[in-house]
Design a protein around this ligand. Structure first.
Ligand code: NI
Length: 159
């Protein structure tokens, strides 16, 4: 093992110490090793191979932040080719959790995700990408009709 010296600001160290107390670590070194490992795993999961991916982007956001909910919805609409669906959970009176499923070119998915996470009022943003093969010469999305869905919608009378 090697011993190294790092510089860290007080606020961040305070968060680390709270984490250490909460998890019951015996010392800071063990906690830092675990944090570094999980950081590396996260970084590796972001460098999936292949050009295309399917991904989940999850984040908590401040429902009360001015225009933020509207802006997030608008961003999803503007990238409807990427954003497949969004799950919305009202956590409490002020916070919401959203999980958006994204599909398409890795670079586009990453750019969209970075943009959403960078929005003021968005916290705990996490992107998890999984590699997929998309049909050659086709944009993301289905190039064929779903007969069951089509039949279902014809018969469906829910309006
Ligand atoms: Ni909500």
């Amino acid at each position: 093992m090697e011993r190294l010296t790092i510089t860290i600001d007080d606020d961040l160290l305070g968060e680390v110490d709270a984490f250490i107390a909460q998890r019951g670590y015996a010392n800071r070194s063990e906690a830092f090793r675990d944090l570094v490992r999980s950081g590396l795993e996260q970084a590796n999961s972001e460098t999936v191979t292949g050009r295309n991916c399917i991904a989940t982007l999850s984040y908590v956001y401040d429902h009360a932040a001015r225009d933020l909910p509207k802006r997030l919805t608008q961003e999803a609409h503007e990238h409807s080719d990427l954003a497949q669906a969004t799950l919305h959970v009202h956590i409490d009176h002020g916070s919401c959790l959203e999980v958006t499923v994204l599909k398409g070119a890795r670079t586009a998915v990453k750019a969209f995700s970075d943009h959403v996470i960078a929005e003021r009022g968005v916290r705990h943003g996490q992107l998890v990408m999984m590699p997929i093969e998309l049909p050659h010469g086709h944009a993301p999305g289905h190039g064929h009709a779903h007969s069951t869905t089509a039949t279902g919608s014809k018969k469906g009378s829910r309006g």
